[in-house]
Design a protein around this ligand. Sequence first.
Ligand SMILES: [Zn+2]
Length: 282
Amino acid sequence: MMVSLSKLKDRSIRNMGDVHPTVKNKALQMIEKAYKEGIYAQISSGYRSNKEQQRLYNKGRTTSGNVVTNAKPGQSVHNYGLAIDFFLVSEDGNQALWTVNKEWHRVAAIAKSLGFSWGGDWTSFKDYPHLELTGGLSWRDLKAGKCPTHLLQDVSSSTKDGILERGDNGSKVKQLQEDLLEAGEKLPRYGADGDYGQETEEAVKAFQARYGLEVDGIAGPKTMEKLKEVLKDMAEQKPSNGHEKNWEWAEEKGLFNGKDPRKPVTREQMATVLKRYDEMKQ
Ligand SMILES: [Zn+2]
């Protein structure tokens, strides 16, 4: 059976780890474009912590095996979440293919069209799986705090007329996720990370199912409108039975502002309430 696009993407998301959202987004776009051409590409690694880099550096030096890198912690673009490595897989998705052939070059070309620099173009040492999004900055620049800001802009789908879907990222996705959480949906693994992945898709589906909307996992106009409505209802909620008197009192005294009687209170809000109460007593 032919490997599905979502399987390639899911494996890649897992392997990439905590790379910059834009890097992740472009990597997934690359996989999708290649897939449409009948090329099955997958990401093998992405973000690498300094600890992980140290472990790799030790290989063939202080631990067994061959030397795999010359980069110490902080000396690899992977340590900054701006690099990924790819490889090809067989049509059934079960076998890794490491031969740098025509298809491999094609995937690299797609990546380059999305803004990546390819390690296969390096002159001194060729790193065929390697792709990075640094706008020409080196690890030294990155270590010094420089950042290729122009390449890492919010790539959320403002052009798609208010529709958000899997693969999108940015502030609009983050807002959607925060709204979903507030509406009671769950994002247990990633939370509101600004990245519309499988988890967000599932949360949108759950929301759509709950309110009798078409369950497609895409946050289009109808879903957005319903979400707004649900949040508005929640904001207008009355305090629950037995709490009305206490709520009225707290509202009258100015301890709370009269909104969201049934929403949880953060510790900083609690501190403010206690401070107000303390001032009231004096
Ligand atoms: Zn690499």
